[in-house]
Every structure is written in structure tokens, then in C-alpha cells.
Design a protein around this ligand. Structure first.
Ligand SMILES: [Zn+2]
Length: 434
């Protein structure tokens, strides 16, 4: 386990061992500023020696892997975040309710023209929310560790290299993003990882690894353009050898679907990378590079291991702690609950039907808010997920209820100890057994 450290002015320094943090806290040279992940702030000036920290992000619409590696190969932060999936549904519900209200017995209103929607850079709410979530989580990490560089995976293969094979830049010419690897990866995905000749030459059984085949062989002047390539197994590739398409199959080649960049153009590349650039210099990489690197380093497939591969520094030492982060819905901004009804002077929050929207309660044991991190008397740690009268529901980070009796899900707040309050993200720490 590591303790994250801020300097006197709140800027991040390198993390330290818990023993050192304990000593500093005991001597009164530091104070605790955050419990999850555990972060202290120094109360004296420190020169603050910093190494180069790289943050690797395995971006995704549901799960994100986040890893911070120092240039010497030490992995100092590992996290897996789960994002909310209810944005689209909520927006849909809101739209339905508003529409119903609009068509109730009212005067005629001209239909609205949503010109603002077509403003440059408009994104559907569900995607915008995901981009914002990525940004917010990364911002939190950048506030406790001195991140010098961010690397994010923006897609399975490199669209740029396929559209424009003569693209300039060192990485494209020689590096890992070398054009042809990316084209091969693209062709395999386009053809659904299926051998093109499986039905054309059924006399030859498919076997071996999947490769790509040149329809017009290279030796006869065929190019590496994706329109001249099909996905093909090793066996058929070998059998075809130097033959032309017609000699091998007896047919003229059907025209291969052309590449449509808009279909594959990645939202992440266009919108996430510039946002992250605000936090630290951001580079991007592609799935096929990550996959190859992860296999080379003998890491199992997981969001965190993918992020290690994305960060691009071979791990030599790993912290045994990893964090599970979950995005939750803290606020519900229903206008009809915030504004007094006609003829009244108080908002409508007291109504019985609004009980499900309670965000906090005050009991003899104190104030309890939604998503407070608490410890129950059995020693388990959970989060307050809802209220029923003066009692609360407690869930673990995966959404399972923690119960004190077999019969009831609700727990009396007097059985709880508050650990910390939370906003839109809840975090729990786990020890990896590896
Ligand atoms: Zn085949």
C-alpha cells in the first residue's frame, strides 16, 4: 500500500510508504486530506523530488482501467472504474414527461427548433457524460500524483494510417504504429475474423492463424491498400500462393467494401484526447499495440493490465492495492420537486410520493447522506444507497445489499460508523492476492 502526498501548497508529490506517513502524522508534520485513496498534506516546505509518472487509460463506455507507472517500472496506482449506464434512459424519460406536459391543455406554442444542437462539437448526452466521467476521474488522479504524461487507447486500429498511408511522423514511419500492422488489423475486423476463401474453396479446410491475403499478389503489382486485402487463414493463403484470384477461385473478385472513415472515426480521439490535454500532455495508442505488448509481458487480460500495457512501461514492481471506483447518481434535479406548487410557498419535497428522493436524514446518531461510506457492526464496509424513514440501506461497491438480519435489508443508523462522505464517485480499496 502507498500513501499519496501533497506538498504545503496542495501540489502532488511522489507517494510514500505508510510507515513514513504515520511518522509524519505523529510528529504533526502532515495532515490527512483524503481517506480514499489515503492522502496526506505536508505542513512544511519540501523540495519534492519527482520522477516521471505516466498514466495509462483503458478507456471504455462501461469500464475504465487506470494505472500510474513510474519510468523505473514501479506501478504506483491501479484502479478500475465503472460508469453509469442510465444516462440515456433518464434523458429519454425526461423527454417523454416534457412532451406530455407540452401537449396538455395549453395554448398553442410554436415547435422549438433546436438549432443549438447542431453547434460544433455537440455530442449525445450519454457520450458526453462518459467523456466527462473520464475527465473527472483523471483529474482526481492528477491531483494526488505528479502525472507527466497521459496515454489513452483510442481504438482498435489506426484510422489515420489507413486513410493516408503517407502520413508523416516518426511513430508512423518506424515505430509501433507502423502502417501495415494497422491495416492488417483493420482488414481482419472488417471481415469479421473469417476466412474469405472458406466457401470459395471448400476442398481446402481452413486452419492456422488468421492473416491477410493480397487479392492481386504483391509480385504482380498488388498494393497494401485495404481494398486489395482480405482476411484469410494460413492454409488458404499458402494454397493461393502466387495465383491470381481467378486462378484460385474461378471467379472474378467481387469489389471489396470500401473503407468509410466516419463509421470508425473514434469519438474518443476527437473529444477525449483534447480534454485530457488540459490536464497533462496526452498521447494515444491503439488496441493492437496494447494487445501485443500485454502478451509480451505475460499479463492476463483485465482492464488494469490493459492500462499497464497502454502506459507502455514494463512493470517491475506492483502495489498490492487496487481501487474500485463506481460512478453513482447523487443528485436528482426534478424541477417539480424544487419549485413550490401553485398557491404554496414551500417546495413539494415533503409529499409522501417523493420519499424515494430523500438525499439525507438526521437521526440521533448524526446526519446521514446518500453514498456516505460507512462501516457496519459486522466490520463490512459499504455505502448508503437509500433511506426508509429513519433507517438506511447499505450496499457494497458492486451493488449487493449488506444486511444485519436475514429478514430485513434496512439497517438502523446507530449500527453505522461514518468513514467519509462522497459525491458522484464512490471508491473502495482492495488487496490483490497475486
Ligand atoms: Zn481458410
Amino acid at each position: 500500500m502507498l500513501v499519496y502526498v501533497l506538498n504545503k501548497h496542495g501540489r502532488p508529490l511522489m507517494p510514500c510508504k505508510p510507515s513514513k506517513a504515520r511518522k509524519l502524522l505523529k510528529q504533526g508534520k502532515a495532515k490527512i486530506v483524503k481517506y480514499e485513496p489515503f492522502t496526506i498534506q505536508l505542513l512544511y516546505g519540501s523540495s519534492g523530488y519527482k520522477q516521471k509518472c505516466v498514466l495509462g487509460i483503458d478507456a471504455g463506455s462501461k469500464n475504465i482501467g487506470l494505472v500510474v507507472t513510474i519510468e523505473d517500472g514501479r506501478v504506483i496506482y491501479k484502479a478500475q472504474a465503472t460508469l453509469r449506464q442510465d444516462i440515456r434512459e433518464n434523458i429519454e424519460t425526461r423527454r417523454r414527461l416534457r412532451r406530455a406536459r407540452r401537449y396538455r391543455k395549453t395554448r398553442y406554442r410554436k415547435p422549438k427548433t433546436f438549432t443549438s444542437k447542431w453547434r460544433n462539437g455537440w455530442l449525445p448526452p450519454s457520450i458526453r457524460a462518459r467523456i466527462d466521467a473520464h475527465y473527472n476521474i483523471v483529474k482526481k488522479i492528477c491531483s494526488i500524483m505528479p502525472i507527466k504524461e497521459i496515454v489513452v487507447e483510442v481504438g482498435q486500429f489506426d484510422v489515420q494510417a489507413i486513410i493516408n498511408p503517407d502520413i508523416q511522423g516518426e511513430e508512423y514511419q518506424n515505430g509501433e504504429l507502423k502502417g501495415f500492422d494497422s491495416v492488417k488489423e483493420y482488414v481482419k475486423i472488417r471481415d469479421n475474423f473469417q476466412c474469405h476463401y472458406v466457401n470459395l474453396r471448400p476442398d481446402i479446410p481452413c486452419s492456422g492463424k488468421l492473416t491477410v491475403d493480397h487479392i492481386i499478389p504483391r509480385s504482380r503489382g498488388g498494393t497494401d491498400n485495404p481494398t486489395n486485402l482480405v482476411c484469410c487463414c494460413e492454409m488458404h493463403n499458402m494454397a493461393k500462393g502466387n495465383m491470381s484470384y481467378k486462378e484460385f477461385t474461378g471467379h472474378e473478385p467481387t469489389s471489396i467494401r470500401d473503407f468509410r472513415p466516419t463509421v470508425f472515426m473514434n469519438v474518443l480521439m476527437e473529444h477525449l484526447v483534447p480534454r485530457l490535454q488540459e490536464l497533462a500532455p496526452t498521447k494515444y495508442t491503439f488496441g493492437y499495440v496494447t494487445r501485443r505488448r500485454r502478451k509480451e509481458w505475460r499479463l492476463e487480460k483485465s482492464y488494469i493490465n490493459d492500462a499497464i500495457a497502454i502506459a507502455g512501461i514494463k512493470p517491475r514492481w506492483q502495489d498490492n492495492v487496487w481501487y474500485c471506483i463506481r460512478q453513482v447518481r447523487k443528485k436528482k434535479r426534478s424541477l417539480h420537486e424544487e419549485i413550490p406548487r401553485k398557491g404554496r410557498n414551500k417546495p413539494n419535497r415533503e409529499a409522501k410520493r417523493n420519499n424515494k428522493n430523500v438525499k439525507e436524514i438526521v437521526t440521533k446518531s448524526g446526519k446521514w447522506c446518500l453514498w456516505d461510506k460507512v462501516k457496519i457492526t459486522t466490520g463490512e464496509i459499504g455505502f448508503i444507497s437509500g433511506f426508509t424513514g429513519k433507517w438506511v440501506y447499505v450496499q457494497d461497491i458492486d451493488g449487493n445489499y449488506l444486511q444485519l438480519s436475514d429478514k430485513y435489508k434496512q439497517i438502523n443508523p446507530s449500527e453505522l460508523v461514518l468513514i467519509c462522505r462522497n459525491n458522484n464517485y464512490i471508491t473502495q480499496q482492495f488487496i490483490s492476492t497475486l
